[in-house]
Design a protein around this ligand. Structure first.
Ligand code: NAP
Length: 265
């Protein structure tokens, strides 16, 4: 049975624990984690009934696959001693750390067999999208094993490492852009006289139904055209939005996020 260790179970690490626990309970994999603080170890132990190590070294030694969910600087301060002890020799590592490249995993931590993934926030309710690339030592069977395990947290897409900053700018930051749009629409409903609760209900319905509607109309443009009738309300609303340059502004916002993601690499 594959043994998986989550190293540094904070927010993202806990999402992994939560998503992988059903596979652990079905006896398909064995899952454990580590954390540096006693109260956090007790909390995770209570919530998930899984083994939580105080020693990262012991966690790594007892795992086949180590998921590193530390912050990048936390990893950098641990990596040298882990490299000296050759802890990651023969281990497969999955790193979720933003901006840490496969090359840095190797140089700083001596990690040769590595997957780098960038998860979207949706992994916290097992509805994420994860971009994934791997070092050259990773074999087709490793890809299949890891993709199958990660499918417990959402969908996986294989992506070249030099596209990770773009994935971060769109998929990683995306929930914040959409949340801002949602907030603006709820406020607009209140502005034209709806109660906040009704306005929120309408907006939540819009977002919930949108993916299904885009599938039916096959493209967002076709959906827009279906709602836009001659001399109608939608045409007036869209005319105003287009005159403010909304599409260009959204593209510029994602370019700004992309530039920042590149700076952080
Ligand atoms: N949050 C996101 O939406 C997101 C999305 C994509 C990728 N990521 C990446 O995911 C990683 C984790 O992010 P996060 O938001 O989950 O951060 P986080 O909540 O701070 O998780 C890191 C955890 O590691 C613990 N830790 C620190 N040093 C340790 C050590 N030496 N031994 C054991 N545990 C240790 C920290 O403990 P303390 O609580 O004591 O500090 C903390 O609980 C980051 O590298 C980030 O780039 C995050």
């Amino acid at each position: 049975m594959i043994k998986i260790g989550i190293l540094g179970a904070g927010r993202v690490g806990e999402a992994f624990l939560k998503g992988l626990k059903p596979l652990h309970e079905e006896g398909k994999i064995f899952v454990a984690a580590s954390h540096r603080r006693l109260e956090r170890r007790e909390e995770l132990g209570r919530k998930y009934s899984l083994k939580i190590f105080s020693s990262n070294d012991e966690l790594v030694q007892s795992s086949d696959i180590v998921v590193i969910t530390l912050k990048p600087d936390q990893f950098r301060s641990l990596a040298e001693s882990m490299k000296r002890k050759a802890l990651f020799k023969d281990k497969t590592v999955i790193s979720v750390m933003a901006g840490i490249t496969l090359n840095e995993l190797y140089e700083k931590g001596g990690i040769e067999r590595a997957f780098r993934i960038m998860p979207t926030l949706g992994v916290i309710n097992q509805n994420g999208l994860m971009a994934m690339c791997a070092s050259s030592l990773i074999q087709p069977q490793d890809w299949m094993d890891v993709e199958s395990i990660l499918s417990a947290l959402g969908d996986v897409v294989r992506l070249e490492e030099d596209k990770f900053a773009a994935f971060t700018a769109l998929g990683g930051s995306g929930p914040a852009y959409v949340a801002l749009l949602m907030e603006s629409l709820v406020d607009s409903g209140v502005t034209i006289g709806l109660s906040r609760s009704i306005s929120k209900k309408i907006v939540e319905h819009l977002f919930e139904s949108l993916v299904g509607l885009v599938e039916i109309y096959e493209h967002p443009v076709h959906l827009k055209e279906a709602v836009m009738s001659p001399n109608g309300t939608t045409a007036q609303g869209l005319l105003y939005l287009e005159s403010t340059g909304v599409k260009g502004n959204i593209i510029q916002a994602v370019i700004k996020a992309y530039q920042r993601a590149r700076e952080m690499e």
